[in-house]
Each structure stands twice: as structure tokens, then as C-alpha cells.
Design a protein around this ligand. Sequence first.
Ligand code: CA
Length: 512
Amino acid sequence: MTRPNILFIMCDDHAAAAISAYGSGLNSTPQIDRIAQNGMRMDRCYVTNSICTPSRASILTGTYNHVNLVTTLDTHLDNRLPNVAKHLRSTGYQTAMFGKWHLGEGPAHQPSGFDQWSVVPGQGEYFDPVMIGPEGETVEKGYATDIITDKSVDFITNRDKDRPFFLMCHHKAPHRPFVPHPRHNDLYTDDLPVPETFDDTYENRAVAAGAAKMRVRRDMSYTDLGLVQPEGGSEVGEMVMPGADLRTVPDDHEGLRLIDRATGETYTFETKRELDLFKYQRYIKRYLRTVAAIDESVGRLLDTLDAEGLTDDTIVIYTSDQGFFLGEHGWFDKRFMYEESLQMPFLVQYPRAIAPGSVSKDIAMNVDFAPTFLDYAGQTSPTYMQGNSLRPVFESTAGDDWQEVAYHRYWMHKDDIHNAFAHYGIRSARYKLIYWYNEPLDQIGANAGDEPPEWELFDCEADPHELNNLAHDPAHAEVFATMLHKLDAKMAEIGEEPRHDTAAILRQAVAA
Ligand code: CA
């Protein structure tokens, strides 16, 4: 059988709830949905560390972050390590990477394993982005989503027709600060629905939930919301982080006057509630408008495959480096193991092997992507890779012995901007166990955390919004112990060092 082309389209911070194929009703993404109609929608695909850089390292190398050492946003990938592009290229694939790399710049960290590459430095800019390639830096005129699409389409149309290709098209959007193209400014004139959990009070949850500085009503900046940041000090808003000239929009409505940066329109507020909802609507509309350009991009890429006669021979994947909170629990951002952030949207089509319109609830992870690509390319997965090929899932042949849990670990602790706490845990089909070990990255093992460790257990079927922590519920003691053993087994399997003491926990449970 001919080796398939692989077109891997990944966005940055695109929540499943902002894709209509996932049935959210929030927006319409007809082009992205084409992949779900032509192939499979996966409902339980999870990220192993819900932030950009570590997720990308896991995707490329097929390893967890304690193995590839990309645990945080500041620990960049050593490009001497093997990765899936290098393996594919060594067996004749032509390889390319366009868009957001976010694994570091310079000779030690820039893309490696790609015949062609052109990437934005760091987060990149929405308009007129700097792009770095083998020949150095250039400023490219236009909107980042369109530029990255142009490069990907050019690569496909100008490919070497005698060899298969592996193309990573990595959009920068819809990452903060959510800057849409003006052609989408008229979308979403009507207000959008407010999530059920927008007013979450974080009761009966770990301290971490209430401590996070990720609240739409309190922690979004003027820039995030497309508003003019007035001159002045703390009276115009708290600093988002020390040393950056980014301030949050105040959460007191009295005397507040906000100005739209593009139109000059001004806004004042009668009540605090009015201000809260104004922020949510500004946020969600700007976010979804950036998604509209991505949807167009996916349409152009699929049309290019059709026009080139490549559709039957190409695996097309649409995903995001992690999920994102779209006002659920009152939050924006990600980082947490809660579902909106943990879930990666994942749509895949490959007409030669995947049934159209199929839906999978099998557990999948980003570390599984690289082994999957190699499997379809007819290569054995190298032993250093820790993920499992998703081929049995795609082809609906996964049996009862398919992987039972996904593992997540967020290593940073109380970063300056988000104040998110360090944690790890597992997600099974039904339950989620989280251990907030709360130790700073540079002091793990020194018990230097200010907050005592905490456990959370959620029944994701009975409590899909994860509002009710069952870790201390006597009726769930058995479930807790079972999940704890599964966590231990998973950590042992992947060579991860636990921060908890299972024997002590179980002794305590018996004594109680
Ligand atoms: Ca991201």
C-alpha cells in the first residue's frame, strides 16, 4: 500500500467547545467539521501538560515531559533529540513545518528534521509577523493565519510528486491576545450564551481552583479585550505581571469608562454584572473571530488536497496543543487538568482506513501522535517513544486492552501571571484523580510549597462540570483507592517520580 501523506493542522489554544463538530452550539466551523464528516471525531484525546511548549515537545518526540525535559514554557527542546519528522524524513518523506513552533530559537532549538520550515518566534504576532527560516528572519505582510496557510498550500502544490509528505501547519491563533482579521469583525453581533459555570464559587474544590488568576471578570487585560489601556498606575488596573506594561481591566464598574481600540466607541456600566458580562462577550467574540480565519484555512487546505487528487491518500488531522476555558468556571486560559483545558479537540480523516462520521471515546494522548504517524508510514516506533499508535482507534479495532488512562502533569507552580498550582493525575473513561502537590519546580522534594498538598476526585459522568470533589467522600473511598493504584501504575510505566506516598494514604484511609 502507498504510504499516506500526513497533513497535521494544529492550532494554539483552540477548545473543542469552539468547534461545531463537537456540538457546542457556540459557533459554526463548517470547514473544520468536514474532517469529522469525512472521518473520526475523538472525544477523549488529552494533553499531558496543558501549556503550549511542553505539548509540542510531546507531539514531536512521542515522550512525556520528564523525558524530553520540556516541562515549562521556558525549557526549550534540544533539537539534537530524535523526533517524528526526522524519522519520517529518513525513510523518504518530504517534511515541512510552518507557523508556531514555540520550542525555542537559535541553532540548539530551532526546527530540526524538516526540509522546509518557516516559523514565528515565540508566540508570534497576528499581523505582519516576523518569520524565521533557514535563511534567517523576514517580516511577512498580512495576517498570520493566512500567511501560514499560504505557505502550507504552496508546499502541497509544489511537492515532489514521487514521495509522500509530512506537513505540520501550526496556527498561532486563537492564542491571546485574540486579534481577529477585520474581515471577521461583523461576526457575532448578537450576544453569545454564558457558560453554566461562569459564576463558579470554587467551593468543595482544591485551593488551587480559587487561587488561579485566570478569571474573565478580573484578570483579562485591556489588550486581551481590544481596549485602550489608559495612561497611569494601579488606578487604571493591576499589572498582569511584574515588569510588563500590560494591565488588567479593573473589576469595579463605578466611574469606569472603556474605549474600543479600533473604533473609539466608549462603554460605561450601571452594575458590576454588566461589566462582567461585557468582558465575557468581548473575550468570546474576539476569540471566535480568530477561529473563523482558521476555519477558512482548513477549507483551503482540504480544497487543495481535493484539487491535487490527494484526498484519498492523505491523513488529515485537526487538533490544538491543548484545550482552553471559554468562560467555564469563570476562567480563560488552560494549565489545569479540568476537562475544558485537558481535552484536545481531535478530528482525523483518511478515507482508505477511517469510516466517515465515526466517533471515538477511547483514551488518546498527544504522546500517541508520533507513534501513529510512524505506524501509518510503515515504520516501527522507536523504543524511546512512550505513546501508542492510535491506528486501532482510528480503524475501530481497539479492544478491551486499549490504554485505560491519560496522564497529565503541570510542573510550574504559582507563576507570576496565572498563579496556577503544580499538579498531576489521571483521567479514565469515567473518573479523574488529581494530586495538587504544590511544590515549586526548582524545589521539588524540598517540601517548599506554601500550600499543603490536596487530592481531587471527580466522577466525570455524574458531574461533567467537575464541581464536586469526591476525594474525601466515604462512599467513593474504593474508587479513590482504585484510581490511586492506576495512577501509580501509570507513573511507574512512564518512569515518572511520584510526589505522594500511596502506602501512607491507604493506611490513613483504613484508620479513618
Ligand atoms: Ca497553547
